[in-house]
Design a protein around this ligand. Sequence first.
Ligand code: PBG
Length: 329
Amino acid sequence: MFPQTRLSRLRSNNIIRAMVREHQVNTCDLIQPVFVHHRDGTRQEIASMPGQYQLDVAYAAEWSVRLYEDGIRSILLFGIPSVKDETGSDSWDDDKGIIQRALRAIRQAVPEMLIITDVCFCEYTSHGHCGIMVERNGQMVLDHDATCKNLVRQAVSHVHAGADMIAPSGMIDGMIAVIRNGLDQTGFNHIPIMSYAVKYASAFYGPFRDAAEGAPKYGDRRTHQMDPANSDEALREASEDINQGADMIMVKPALAYMDIIRRVKDRFGIPTAAYHVSGEYAMIKAAAERGWLDEKAVTLEILTSLKRAGADMIITYHAADAAKWIPEG
Ligand code: PBG
């Protein structure tokens, strides 16, 4: 007790503070999302995400080399196809698919990079939904079982083209079991799955839908993504995906859901990822542009806080910048 105890003694200088620091962010914890499009010879900044771009395959490969040089060891690929259809068939086109082309180019440019692919359909379908839609009682809804069959095609095609890890993001019931089984049967039992197991129906995805051009043309995703009001249900979702064979679990978004990260980590002790999403990035960028926040300081504070909350790795649009800032301490 005070006055014998004075907690400030261990905060008196940089060396002591570093010595007693409980959590820190390393570049190997950070995963940079990369958006790739078919418009060859072009790159386009995403209006609502300053500093983030839709890149053609060649630019994506070039940027990957620079990311690797800066210490980033892992990227998460999103594809924007030139033609969208009812089923999202570009996503499993072994030859011309945008992700498959990007995988081959990035692999060649920087063989050591760990390349994760987002496996979903919303970027690839004409209606912007995450799978096959069917009519039920006069309403269009997702057909989870039919979607699962196509998810296997997409995942296997990605791995054929060079993906190191698969990240299914659709919150489709049963998706992990079928993808695991599909990979195992095609000789890919060594490929890990990072499941977007606990993904909320969040307004924080707004800017992403511009970036990936995957906004739903009608309706929303609340019939399959989680209700932000729920917490116990997050544990049921995580438990399901772990039982189905997920190697890693993701909680998404990050900042408003730190309690969920902590609960999932404490309950399951499985490698847990936080996805610091597009809207969270946009808020920081907007405030920093106006001089209202110190971008570097708040970014490092948030990333450190996500580690403290229990995240082992963080998917973040700040990864490229943070990699440059981290060595400065
Ligand atoms: C679905 C997907 C989404 C995000 C990642 N994967 C969008 C959605 O579910 O509507 C959002 C990522 C972000 O906001 O940064 N393929």
